[in-house]
Design a protein. Structure first.
Length: 210
């Protein structure tokens, strides 16, 4: 079994908890409120900045040119395609975000966890936290696109983006990088990064309802 497969197996319960969070359920069912999604747009646009920083750091710290290139491509998508999505979605959404200080602080835990892990663990940590986050998104968005009642417009567009082949290929590339993490990096470290990222994702997405 590959190291990424072992990690997914060991963290199956954590992934199931994240897949069951309210935001995922309501987008899947088509019951997400305009206010909750407005809050999500605001918070997720902020996290895209963190994701861009992670991929930039990963490109600098990557062990070989193919990994440099993959992270550069991911960074480009964040600052172009995804940045445009948020610009258009927020401009056309019927209401602005309305978040209190406590909700914003709760959501900030996601960026704090990911960046702290990156500073402490370098390239292996970045690949692991991104693998956790993007596995979560690929899984729930694929399910929602195939069997959900996702509302049309920006919500459906966002789900489609994370269920499409380019995103799927990106998750597969992250899995390959996790497989290549040297044995000197302990399984316990990978579990801490992966599981911790999922817990932070739950806190982040729950914040849109506060």
């Amino acid at each position: 079994m590959t190291r990424s497969a072992q990690l997914l197996s060991a963290q199956a319960n954590a992934l199931d908890r994240a897949l069951a969070m309210r935001f995922v359920r309501e987008v899947h069912a088509g019951t997400i409120s305009d206010q909750a999604y407005a809050n999500y747009l605001h918070l997720e646009e902020g996290f895209v900045v963190t994701a861009a920083r992670l991929h930039g750091f990963a490109a600098w710290d990557a062990p070989a040119w193919p990994a440099v290139r993959r992270n550069g491509v991911a960074l480009h998508a964040l600052v172009t395609e995804q940045a445009e999505y948020f610009r258009a979605a927020r401009a056309g959404w019927p209401m602005p975000a309305k978040l209190g200080a406590a909700a914003s602080q709760r959501a900030q835990r996601l960026s704090e966890f990911a960046l702290d892990a990156a500073r402490a663990g370098g390239y292996p940590a970045i690949m692991t936290v991104l693998f956790a986050a993007e596995t979560l998104y690929l899984t729930w968005c694929t399910r929602a696109r195939q069997a959900g009642s996702v509302p049309p417009g920006p919500v459906r567009d966002w789900v489609a983006l994370h269920a499409a082949e380019p995103f799927r290929a990106g998750v597969a590339a992250l899995a390959e990088q996790v497989d290549l993490i040297p044995p000197a990096v302990a399984d316990a470290a990978l579990a801490e990064w992966f599981g911790g990222m999922l817990e932070a994702e739950i806190a982040f997405h729950d914040a849109v309802f506060e």
